[in-house]
Design a protein around this ligand. Sequence first.
Ligand SMILES: Cc1cc2nc3c(=O)[nH]c(=O)nc-3n(C[C@H](O)[C@H](O)[C@H](O)COP(=O)(O)OP(=O)(O)OC[C@H]3O[C@@H](n4cnc5c(N)ncnc54)[C@H](O)[C@@H]3O)c2cc1C
Length: 255
Amino acid sequence: MAEYSAPIKDMRFVLDNIADLAALSKLDGFEHAESDVVDAVLEEAGKFAGNVLSPLNKSGDLQGSLVMDGVVSTPDGWNEAYAGFVEGGWNGISAPEKYDGGGLPSAVALATVEMWNAANLGFSLCPLLTQGAIESIMAHGTKEQQDKYLKKLVSGEWAATMNLTESQAGSDVGALRSKAEPAEDGTWRISGQKIFITYGDHEMSENIIHLVLARTPGAPAGTRGISLFIVPKYLVNDDGTLGKRNDLKCVSLEE
Ligand SMILES: Cc1cc2nc3c(=O)[nH]c(=O)nc-3n(C[C@H](O)[C@H](O)[C@H](O)COP(=O)(O)OP(=O)(O)OC[C@H]3O[C@@H](n4cnc5c(N)ncnc54)[C@H](O)[C@@H]3O)c2cc1C
């Protein structure tokens, strides 16, 4: 029996009466947000949250993840649940269709996110971080970066992280010491150590795209001098295939 039962009727009430779904669906790009489509999305998301994610919540918490010889393994059932999540297209339901996303309003996607969070918060943090990277690359990436990374992140075949915090730089993120040195080929060599990186390593996705804060040579002190770099776990070739393993590694997990 499912341990989590999504409050679909309440969500639908909020979408109709507070978010004004009818008006949203008239906006350019949201033509698919018709009433019956939204009903089907909420229904199916509720099943995935209740039947797949919720049963793994307690067992995943008790078992935890392990790091051994530089490889992080997630609890039993996690890989299969993530594969189902990707297969169901849940990762990108609000991403633009040009990146193979579902093109639904964020209001609808948020209802599904609430289901993932309520059913299994530990699991849901992985797609949450990927979503942040998608938005960041859409807003600030070059066209080349968008073409290279967005479709795989939207599908969830690749996951993502944010690598901001260092042991001496939490709230005061401008105190970070990670360095970025330019290489001759136009790429950068990043060195440093991060801490508390959510889903910083795992084997659930083919690749992990890390968004890493670091300071370039001569950059001013404090937050004004930090830049954001795309650091893939596996380097990505120009044709989109995976290249060699980057040399970043996870040295320990939080307990
Ligand atoms: C579950 C979890 C997941 C995380 N995931 C990520 C991640 O994916 N990527 C990532 O980069 N980081 C991640 N972090 C790190 C998170 O961003 C930091 O914990 C956060 O920035 C706070 O830093 P800190 O822990 O060093 O605490 P500190 O900054 O040392 O703060 C300690 C205490 O001092 C207070 N304080 C700090 N500065 C001031 C001030 N100027 N005035 C008054 N009070 C102050 C704070 O409110 C807090 O109570 C994660 C943390 C947690 C707990």
